[in-house]
Design a protein around this ligand. Structure first.
Ligand SMILES: C[S@@+](CC[C@H](N)C(=O)[O-])C[C@H]1O[C@@H](n2cnc3c(N)ncnc32)[C@H](O)[C@@H]1O
Length: 344
């Protein structure tokens, strides 16, 4: 499905019923780093001064849905986990902001002879990992102490995590810690809601989602809307051979195409489980025009959820994947330009 194509609607959607049978994760919490800090009923990491999304069971459930959605979205490619052409025997791979660690674990399973590291501010709630997967707790903005250079550095959904200056610093660190010819890959989402067939009226509250999150992200100094700047940031950091793939992620099972239908179903789950966590700290701290109360956040989220679950709404959001290569010594930057796999 190209980023520009209209998603065909399945006319039978309303006749079926869909399960939303999601497993949740249970974790035993011991040290203070596991305990985190509780704010408005959600648990947040304590390693860094501030990160806007919680690190608790509900949020990890959301991250699992993101992971599944990303796999479904690229299920028709030869490798749904990443697109960078790193060959069959990479030595070291890094996942920045690994969340629940699902991507790092799957990549470690795929490459049993590769060391795959996932790093996050909060310990991922996993009981078992492949022996070649290492999940670490650290602030990625601190000086990197890994001695090895990486063949691939991956990031997914790091919106609202870094200021523009921090992003610049992070990409510089990625560049310096990749092998020559190594790849960086970033998959990002944005909550702006689109509809191509008028099934969602113009004055629907769903259209407020993107601008509301953008306003709070901007106020926090850590923008939400990095989907529009990620390619430029990666290019500016010196990477070449830049590829990008833009796609539409439906919300709900309304699409006719089976893959898009499954993607919509998983993505709807991603939103339903994730909205509160994505909103709570951000809006109670940086809400526009003034910080919102916890109750205001709950009311807004309930209204959004109700509209999302209307099966006659054919809404979608956009995703963008960018992957690019660190040049070999003496390779000129102009040698390899932008390659679009797909476009909006
Ligand atoms: C929205 S989550 C996405 C998780 C995962 N990449 C995924 O796609 O499911 C972003 C993650 O980045 C982590 N993060 C934010 N700032 C970070 C930092 N400075 N260092 C390490 N991890 C960070 C957060 O704790 C969070 O788990």
């Amino acid at each position: 499905m190209a980023g520009n194509d209209t998603i065909a609607v399945d006319p039978d959607t309303y006749l079926r019923s869909y399960d939303d049978d999601w497993q949740s994760e249970t974790t035993s919490i011991s040290s203070s780093i596991y305990k985190g800090i509780i704010e408005n009923g959600r648990r947040y990491q304590t390693l860094k001064n501030e990160y806007c999304y919680p690190s608790d069971e509900q949020q990890f459930e959301t991250y699992e849905a993101t992971h599944l959605a990303a796999l479904v979205a690229d299920s028709e490619t030869s490798n749904a986990l990443f697109q960078s052409p790193i060959g069959h025997s990479p030595k070291n791979i890094l996942d920045i902001g690994t969340g629940k660690g699902s991507w790092a674990i799957d990549v470690a399973d795929m490459f049993p002879n590769t060391t795959v590291r996932g790093v996050d501010l909060y310990p991922p709630p996993v009981n078992w990992m492949p022996p070649n997967c290492i999940l670490e707790v650290d602030d990625i903005l601190d000086e990197w102490t890994w001695s090895e250079k990486f063949d691939l550095i991956h990031m997914r959904v790091i919106q609202c995590a870094f200021t523009p200056k921090e992003t610049e610093k992070l990409l510089k660190q990625c560049y310096e810690n990749l092998q020559p010819g190594g790849w960086i890959e970033h998959l990002e989402l944005h909550p702006n809601l689109y509809c191509d067939d008028g099934s969602i009226p113009h004055d629907n509250i769903l259209y407020s989602v993107g601008p509301t999150w953008d306003a709070a992200g901007d106020k926090s100094g850590r923008p939400m809307n990095i989907i529009t700047t990620m390619r430029e940031s990666i290019t500016k950091a010196g990477f070449i051979d830049v590829h990008e793939k833009c796609s539409k992620w439906p919300l709900g099972p309304w699409a006719k195409d089976q893959t898009m239908k499954e993607l919509g179903l998983v993505n709807l789950q991603h939103w339903l489980t994730g909205l509160e966590g994505y909103a709570m700290h951000l809006f109670t701290r940086y809400g526009d025009p003034v910080p919102w109360s916890k109750e205001e956040v709950h009311v807004y989220i309930a209204r959004i959820k109700k509209e999302l679950q209307n099966p006659r709404h054919h809404g979608y959001q956009r995703a963008r994947r960018v992957w690019a290569r660190k040049p070999f010594p003496n390779e000129k930057k102009d040698d390899v330009g932008l390659k679009k796999e797909d476009d909006e």
